[in-house]
Design a protein. Structure first.
Length: 323
């Protein structure tokens, strides 16, 4: 397409032996070389995936005692991806990239039964990782699913990358995004992964020491800041009344936990000898001892919401020999 245009096209295929479902996915990308250091690009493509096998293998015991797998023949979940990008090689080792994307997932498994409950109506496979379905819900009925759910993901990503040069490097990445879905009730809600922002910065520096400058002393740091995963609010009144934790599924994924923040530090020393290299390293993970919530729970003694936290400050020392 000319010296400045580059076109990449192709087909991707996926076939599931588990339930004989398949998908043929055309994809294409076009880039234009604005100058020796600047490139813009656009891409479009179809993508498919299997859901966690636990979703297909959910057992339903029928009145006669037989077992049926109502969800075994669910089709592949699909999405159409659009991407627009801009690359700029600022210097020999310094590069910046901006990317805007939009994805519209469809054929997502959602509830397809006759029980009108908040959990059923707001369920979507987009919010699952590997867990089994809640097989009880508001009754003892099974949970049949159908590929009628949809979603949307869109965002803007920016990265600034200094490749290792002159004994140092750094990388900054930032993403602003939104992630939504629609369950059986057709209402647009946050997915369980809609943290809305992620920022990461890391940098490192090496110092060569010794008579022959063959030893290396290194310093590295990493800072991460991200929006936490949305939670389904706990129904405090209902939970205290029933003596167990009850969720308000009418407000699925409306509760926002405090942001995730973490700083990691690394100090290392490598001493090279004729037959082996000796390497010492000392890491401090979560240097600020930030209390990052994993999820919230109801404290039945106080009647208030509390948090289960991730690990705090962790020092790690290691030593190894490389021959």
């Amino acid at each position: 397409m000319g010296e400045k245009f580059t076109l990449n096209t192709g087909l991707h295929g996926i076939y599931s032996l588990f339930n004989q479902r398949y998908s043929i996915e055309p994809r294409a990308g076009l880039s234009y070389q604005i100058s020796e250091t600047k490139v813009i690009g656009a891409a479009i493509g179809f993508h498919s995936q299997l859901q966690p096998l636990t979703l297909y293998n959910q057992k339903f015991v029928q009145p006669d005692g037989s077992i049926e797998y109502l969800n075994k023949n669910l089709d592949l979940s699909k999405a159409l991806h659009y991407v627009v990008s801009y690359d700029w090689q600022i210097a020999k080792a310094l590069h910046v990239r901006a990317e805007c994307y939009y994805q519209n997932p469809y054929q997502i498994p959602v509830y397809n039964g006759n029980i009108n409950s908040p959990y059923n109506n707001t369920f979507s496979a987009l919010n699952t990782i590997s867990e089994y379905l809640n097989s009880r819900l508001d009754s003892n009925e099974p949970i049949p699913l159908a590929n009628s759910g949809t979603g949307e993901n869109y965002g803007l990503e920016l990265s600034l990358d200094q490749r290792f040069s002159n004994n140092y490097y750094f990388l900054f990445t930032g993403t602003l995004y939104q992630s939504h879905y629609q369950g059986a009730d057709g209402i647009k809600r946050n997915t369980s992964f809609n943290g809305q922002h992620i920022f990461t910065a890391l940098a490192g520096k090496e110092y060569r020491t010794g008579i022959r400058k063959s030893n290396i002393f290194e310093l590295n740091a990493r800072v991460s800041w991200a929006g936490n995963n949305p939670q389904t609010p706990i129904d405090i009144t209902g939970s205290l009344k029933q003596g167990q934790q009850i969720y308000d599924y009418n407000r699925s994924f409306e509760s926002n936990l405090p942001d995730y923040f973490r700083v990691d530090l690394h100090i290392g020393f490598r001493k090279s000898r004729a037959r082996a290299a000796h390497i010492w390293s000392f890491d401090i993970r979560n240097f600020t001892n930030r209390q990052n919530p994993r999820y919230e729970f109801l404290n039945f003694n106080t009647g208030k919401i509390g948090y289960e936290y991730q690990l705090g400050l962790i020092p790690v020392f290691s030593y190894r020999i490389e021959f």
